[in-house]
Design a protein around this ligand. Structure first.
Ligand SMILES: [Zn+2]
Length: 333
């Protein structure tokens, strides 16, 4: 069984009319999971319509978690200094503005919505650690994996998944945590949070940084000090497809997880490596997302009692996003 957490409030983070990281992303996910038969509750966005095409018969239903609550700032402070939290709060209080040189706009409600996004991921962690279902997916925005401890960046305000790692360690006494990030962009924020920390293994597959935002994530970036060896960057050539990604999983990701033996596995689940995505040049099909997910479930079965918490990062073609999220959920079921 898989828990599912989302909120209609995630559309209240407004980024402007032309921005790829837009409220309709949440509406598309809400519509797709219902079109695929994974969710029975009424769609909070009945006015939104998109033809997702057909889906294979649903293997079951996800377990919808109750409306998430904004994260207590004490958890956010496990990653971000107070000054960063206050800067985001201030920008929103004065009506919004642009953080990070142009690509991270915020609106009046963005601070609260960003705390809600963290809250949804933490809710998933609490649910999985309580033990009824082993896996959970949080369909949130804003995303988190570009947010570094002291700065917003790349559409991200708070490092949702990195905060979840610290929450698991602090509240649930989890020791070693692995984060696998298959968003097409390097998870620089997560890397920055754990660069020197041997208790977190961070594996990021992303388009070659010479050709793609944010320009980091080279293979030689492997962590520093006590954390040396626990950052694994796997740059993928533009034009790579399912075969190249699955090969990277078999030859790099799964052996690294087996060697590290994490007690908990988190996924930064971006779906912008899809072939229809407008922001990058990787050619994955939706099937690849299900297959990669199944491989991570196998690793979780071997090391984490099957436990996985996954959080939405990127994915900017609405149809591809919705269909890929469905396949990711099916892979976790
Ligand atoms: Zn991305």
């Amino acid at each position: 069984m898989v828990y599912f957490s989302s909120s209609p409030r995630f559309v209240d983070h407004r980024t402007g009319p032309q921005h790829p990281e837009r409220p309709d992303r949440i509406r598309a996910v809400a519509a797709a999971v219902r079109a695929a038969g994974l969710v029975d509750s009424p769609n909070p966005f009945p006015e939104f319509s998109l033809d997702f095409g057909s889906f294979p018969p649903a293997p079951g239903k996800v377990l919808e978690l109750p409306e998430p609550q904004p994260a207590d700032e004490k958890w956010i402070e496990l990653i971000h200094p107070r000054a960063h939290i206050e800067r985001v709060r201030h920008f929103c209080e004065i009506g919004g503005g642009v953080l990070d040189q142009g690509d991270t706009p915020v609106s009046e409600q963005s601070f609260d919505v960003a705390k809600l996004a963290v809250g949804a991921v933490l809710q998933c962690c609490d649910a999985v650690m309580a033990g009824t279902a082993a896996r959970a997916f949080a369909a949130v925005r804003p995303p988190g994996h570009h947010a570094e401890p002291d700065r917003a960046m790349g559409f991200c305000l708070f490092a949702n998944v990195a905060i979840a790692v610290r929450h698991l360690q602090a509240r649930h006494s989890v020791g070693k945590v692995a984060v696998v990030d298959f968003d097409v962009h390097h998870g620089n924020g997560t890397q920055a949070a754990f660069e020197t920390d041997p208790t977190v293994l961070f594996i990021s597959l992303h388009q070659d940084p010479r050709t793609c935002y944010p320009g980091s994530g080279y293979a030689w970036e492997t962590g520093e000090g006590a954390g040396t060896g626990t950052i694994i960057n796997i740059p993928m050539n533009p034009g790579s497809g399912d075969a190249e990604y699955l090969n990277a999983f078999h030859t790099r990701v799964l052996p690294a997880l087996d060697a590290y033996k994490p007690e908990m596995l988190l996924i930064s689940a971006g779906f912008d490596a899809h072939r229809d995505d407008p922001l990058a040049q990787i050619d994955l099909s939706e099937d690849a997302y299900e297959q990669m997910t199944r491989l991570l479930v196998q690793a979780a079965d071997a090391h984490t009692k099957g436990r996985i918490v996954s959080a939405l990062e990127g994915g900017y073609n609405l149809r591809a996003l919705g269909r890929s999220v469905v396949r990711h959920l099916v892979g976790m079921m």
